[in-house]
Design a protein around this ligand. Sequence first.
Ligand code: SAM
Length: 315
Amino acid sequence: MTHLSRSCRKLGDTSWEAPSLADWCPAIAKSSPLQNDGRTPSAPHEGANERKTSRAADLGIGCDDKVMIRVAKYHTDFGNIEVLRAKDSGSFIYRQGGCYQSECDPNGVSVVPYIHAIFGLLAQARVSDVLMIGCGGGSLGTMLDRIGVRVTIVDINPKAFQIARKYFGLPRGVHSFISDGRDFLRAGRHRYDAIVLDAYSGRRIPDHLCAETFFGLAQTRLKNSSGILIGNVHARHDLDIMPDRVAVKLANIWADVRLLDIRGALDRNALVMAGKVRDLVQPVLLMPPSVGAEEIEQELGLLAFRPWHVPRRAA
Ligand SMILES: C[S@@+](CC[C@H](N)C(=O)[O-])C[C@H]1O[C@@H](n2cnc3c(N)ncnc32)[C@H](O)[C@@H]1O
């Protein structure tokens, strides 16, 4: 831990309670049947008392038939967080407010395509100092740390860091701050090579982290000539103009703004980026996870830079 701002709090202790079943929804657009094993944290990864629930196929990309074991559940001020483990692959899932926030293989490498897309873009840009706003399981931070990038993560929920370290392999060397993303930017002066905005409350980016004023603030915390901002913006379908709206706001601040997206897909993660992004090309899989690498490669292959449109009312 380094410079704690006034709005940052120290990492606190975790509370845990026996697991119970809850509903599913498509934050990272994946669905799985669930086993509820009622275990205590002292034996977090072993299954018992299997119970299966299935979900409808309306969850979009990545639906499968994995059997999940719930290994922990936390009540937090920001909603319940569940840690699930896929019985076959051993991958860990971080689910908050009923939505997937992160999923990684047993070695801490993400199995989520958009995380690999961001990783590939940051590698192309040769970044060495990255701020992530939004930890969840912290997979992107773990992967960046492994290639020697200095990573700072800020998350409003203290439990995120505890869970990321305990189940998702987030290295101790990653700098962690408990704070709202905007408060953190306001409080500091350090300039980063890149800022990754991946903050979600359930399936929504908090409004203030999507405001033009916030992006203006973010620009002041990026290195002048080389800084990049990348935002993960959920799009339900092709008529959902949220990614384009974000692009418009970024374009009021930066000269170069680009949008990487999979047209036609339901419940997808579009990446909106600004700053020194002109030369970036479609990202490829650089750090394959032990499970699902083929599917990730396929999905990265579907990504394409597309023109973004000014929504009429925002013009
Ligand atoms: C999708 S997860 C991030 C996943 C992460 N990028 C990874 O590599 O696995 C979203 C996170 O955003 C955090 N968050 C929500 N609102 C926030 C805010 N106002 N400031 C900072 N973090 C916030 C949530 O607590 C949650 O942990």
